[in-house]
Design a protein around this ligand. Structure first.
Ligand SMILES: Cc1ncc(C[n+]2csc(CCOP(=O)(O)OP(=O)(O)O)c2C)c(N)n1
Ligand SMILES: [Mg+2]
Length: 296
């Protein structure tokens, strides 16, 4: 018999404790991400560190799921649209108790359940396969429509990157979500101002991003995505906007690539980082030093 029905570990705690729990979750996620990065010596470590607070707010505070039964029908759906952020998602799934922490050391290896790009058929808790950017939001809309049709109270949270704002499919889907009045859909955009080919404003000028979502009929907020207090307040505001006339919501999160590890925050080539063998120790020390109350 299943005993655990929800993941919202922060429920019933005061504001300061709620925030501390989420920050601690993010801190542990960042250590997991460094451990996985070291297996390969390189990878999307900067994105995992930069978006850890966003994932932590979702998995420690918002999402309803059963860690021991990831396919439970009553779960909220978290869709990772950006497949290359899988390293960050695995860190969250491990910290949430869905994937064993020991399994993280198989990251990116042959026969691992944790491939470099997110694959729904491999990993418990991974709802969709990523890789082709710009597909997560259209799938999220189908999912949200399906859940509503079934009378389900479950929510859909779609995580995407600023590079995906270059895709036409994203904006078609944004209009569709408004057209269908999908109040059960929340989108998080990691605006790290970076893409594979360089800074976002040199690849495709997508600003003013908030105006574009607002013009498409969405409830829009923009926050510092490395400030847990701001993230939690934004989710609270989404809940306030609920009701039969609720709009789909987007939380635009400005983040710092490599956040928490100054050595990596300063990297010139940040999309796919190469980290030398001797640097991992420094990374861990810097992460621990920057975390208030850290025990490891
Ligand atoms: C449809 C599609 N076009 C191009 C790519 C190649 N690609 C992989 S990651 C990436 C960068 C996308 O921007 P973003 O996710 O913001 O990059 P990051 O912040 O992780 O550097 C690109 C263009 C892809 N995976 N899918
Ligand atoms: Mg980016």
């Amino acid at each position: 018999m299943t005993t655990t029905t929800t993941s919202t570990a922060t429920a019933g705690t005061g504001a300061a404790e709620r925030r501390r729990l989420v920050e601690d979750f993010a801190y542990r996620m960042r250590h997991h991400a460094l451990n996985m990065g070291e297996v390969q010596g390189q990878g999307y470590v900067g994105q995992a560190l930069g978006s850890a607070d966003m994932f932590a707010a979702v998995y420690a505070d918002q999402l309803v799921y059963r860690p021991e039964d990831p396919d439970w029908d009553g779960r909220d759906r978290f869709l990772l649209s950006t497949g290359h952020y899988a390293i960050g998602h695995y860190a969250a799934l491990a910290q949430a108790g869905i994937v064993p922490i020991e399994e993280l050391e198989t990251y990116g290896s042959d026969d691992s359940r944790l491939p470099m790009s997110g694959m729904s058929t491999y990993t418990p808790g991974m709802e969709i396969s990523g890789g082709s950017l710009g597909h997560g939001l259209p799938i999220a809309i189908g999912t949200a429509l399906g859940l509503r049709h079934q009378g389900s109270p479950s929510r859909v949270i779609n995580f995407m990157s600023d590079g995906e704002l270059d895709e036409g499919s994203t904006w078609e889907a944004a209009m569709g979500a408004h057209h269908h009045g999908l109040g059960n859909l929340t989108v998080l955009v990691d605006i790290n101002a970076l893409q594979a080919d360089g800074k976002t404003d040199t690849v495709m000028r997508t600003e003013p991003v908030a105006d574009k979502w607002a013009a498409s009929g969405w409830h829009v907020q923009r926050v510092d995505g490395n400030d847990v207090g701001q993230l939690l307040a934004a989710f609270d505001a989404v809940a306030q906007d609920a009701g039969p006339d609720a709009r789909p919501s987007v939380i635009l999160c400005d983040t710092r690539v490599g956040c928490g590890v100054p050595l990596l925050e300063e990297r010139e080539k940040a999309h796919f980082m190469r980290i030398e063998e001797h640097e991992w120790k420094t990374c861990r020390e810097q992460l621990t030093a920057g975390h208030e109350g850290a025990t490891k």
